[in-house]
Design a protein around this ligand. Structure first.
Ligand code: AP5
Length: 218
C-alpha cells in the first residue's frame, strides 16, 4: 500500500504513521524528520534548511522532492510506504505521481486527519520530543515514564523549535494556502478518505486502520 497522511501541524500524523507502517510492514517516510536530521548538520545545507523550518515555511521543492524521490526508490519501499508530511503542495503531488509512474506504481490512498484548532494548540503546546531518536511525547496525553526523559534512551526531552506560538501560526497559514488544495486533487481522484483524529491515540488508530483497509486493492 502506498499511503499519504495529510493534515494540519500537530494532527497526530507522526504518532499514527509509525504504528500503521509497522502494521503494514512498509517504511514510515517522514519528510519533517528527514529534513530536521539534515538541518542539524553544521553545513551550508543544514543552515539553509534551518532558516526555512524555524520560520514555519516550506523547504523549497528542489530539496524536498529529491529527498523523497531517492527514498521511495529504495528496495524497502518497493512494496509500499506511509508518507508523512509529503506531498504538501500541488507541485509536490505532481512530482510524487511522476516518480511513482516511473516505477509503474501509483498512490493507493490519501488520508486526511480531521482535528480542530483548539486541539492543535493543546497538542503542540504540550509536545516534547527526544532530540536523539525523534520519539514524540505529550506532557498530558502521552507523558514519558520518567519526567521529561526519553523512555528509550533517557535523553532529556525538548520542545521542537518550530512549536513556538508564532511559528505554529505561520505553519497553519502555510498549511491552509499550500496543502489544503490537495484535498480537492485527491478527492477528485477518488482516493481521499477522512479520519476523525480527535480521541485517544488508540481510537484514532482503529479509524485509521479502517480507512487504510478501504484503499487496499482487491
Ligand atoms: P513536520 O515535522 O512534517 O511537521 P507538521 O506537518 O507540522 O506535523 P507535526 O510533526 O507538527 O505534527 P504531527 O501531525 O506529526 O503530530 P504528532 O504525531 O507529532 O514538518 C516540519 C517542517 O519541515 C515544516 O514546517 C517544513 O518547514 C518542513 N517540511 C516537512 N515536510 C516538507 C515538505 N514536504 N515540503 C517542504 N517542507 C517540508 O502529534 C502532536 C502532539 O500531539 C504530540 O505531542 C502527540 O503525543 C500528541 N498526540 C498525537 N495524537 C494524539 C491524540 N489522539 N490525542 C492527544 N494527543 C495526541
Amino acid at each position: 500500500m502506498r499511503i499519504v497522511l495529510l493534515g494540519p501541524p500537530g494532527a497526530g500524523k507522526g504518532t499514527q504513521a509509525a504504528r500503521l507502517a509497522a502494521h503494514l510492514g512498509v517504511p514510515h517516510i517522514a519528510t519533517g524528520d528527514m529534513l530536521r536530521l539534515a538541518a542539524n548538520a553544521d553545513t551550508p545545507l543544514g543552515r539553509r534548511l534551518h532558516s526555512y523550518m524555524d520560520r514555519g515555511e516550506l523547504v523549497p521543492d528542489d530539496l524536498t522532492n529529491s529527498i523523497v524521490e531517492e527514498r521511495i526508490s529504495q528496495p524497502d519501499a518497493a512494496g509500499g510506504f506511509i508518507l508523512d508530511g509529503y506531498p504538501r503542495s500541488v507541485d509536490q503531488a505532481k512530482m510524487l505521481d511522476e516518480s511513482l509512474a516511473m516505477q509503474g506504481a501509483s498512490l493507493d490512498k490519501a488520508i486526511k486527519f480531521m482535528v480542530t484548532g483548539p486541539e492543535i494548540v493543546k497538542r503542540l503546546s504540550g509536545r516534547l520530543v527526544c532530540p536523539v531518536d525523534g520519539s514524540v511525547y505529550h506532557l498530558v496525553t502521552n507523558p514519558p515514564k520518567v519526567d521529561k526523559l526519553c523512555d528509550i534512551d533517557g535523553t532529556p526531552l525538548v520542545q521542537r523549535e518550530d512549536d513556538s506560538e508564532e511559528t505554529v501560526l505561520r505553519r497553519l497559514e502555510v498549511y491552509g494556502q499550500r496543502t489544503k488544495p490537495l484535498y480537492d486533487l485527491y478527492g477528485e481522484r477518488g482516493i481521499l478518505d477522512e479520519v476523525d483524529a480527535i480521541g485517544s491515540t488508540e481510537e484514532v488508530y482503529e479509524r485509521l486502520l479502517r480507512a487504510a483497509a478501504s484503499g487496499e486493492k482487491k
